[in-house]
Design a protein around this ligand. Sequence first.
Ligand code: IMP
Ligand code: MG
Length: 186
Amino acid sequence: MAHHQRIRVLYDEVVIARRIDEIAGQIAQSDVKDLLVVAVLKGSFMFAADLIRAMHKAGMSPQVEFVHLSSYRAATVSSGQVEILRDVQSEVSGRDVLLVDDILESGRTLAFAKDLLAARGARRVLSAVLLEKPGKRAVSIKADYVGFTCPDYFVVGYGMDVAHSFRQLPYVGVIETDDQPGFDGV
Ligand code: IMP
Ligand code: MG
């Protein structure tokens, strides 16, 4: 284990903010009505907060809800099981819902959340993910809005963690060890 972990930045604050404004603009121009945003905790909290503010700037007035799902359990390999740790509290029946998640990898988390809200009678369940890793899908699912297609690294920051650390970083990056070139000291 390296004494000084460095993070190589993949998507910086400026790039993320610009992309989020584009996505919010697209959502604002779509035909969604009376939108309920459901952020999937914990990893999406930063993306969701920025996306919701960008939606406001784009003239929208979404309501906001949270569901806390877990599939990782402090490991970097998915267990394949999705658990509800905290459920949504609003009625979703008849609503247009936008699920917001940090990263689409196997697709199990998003598929589970989509099925859950659809089973409760949501009129439409759309999804926005900050990142997608192609070639990792175990479940056939596509997000309606994707921030960036990400190389197949384990990424941290901007809400995403490894063993509960690094969520606070305002950018998305990859952890590097001492013998590899680092770009941004932490
Ligand atoms: P999926 O269910 O396999 O699509 O995984 C989605 C969830 O796994 C995400 O919401 C993240 O919480 C977590 N995850 C997947 N890849 C990464 C990564 O590279 N860094 C941090 N978390 C990840
Ligand atoms: Mg997550």
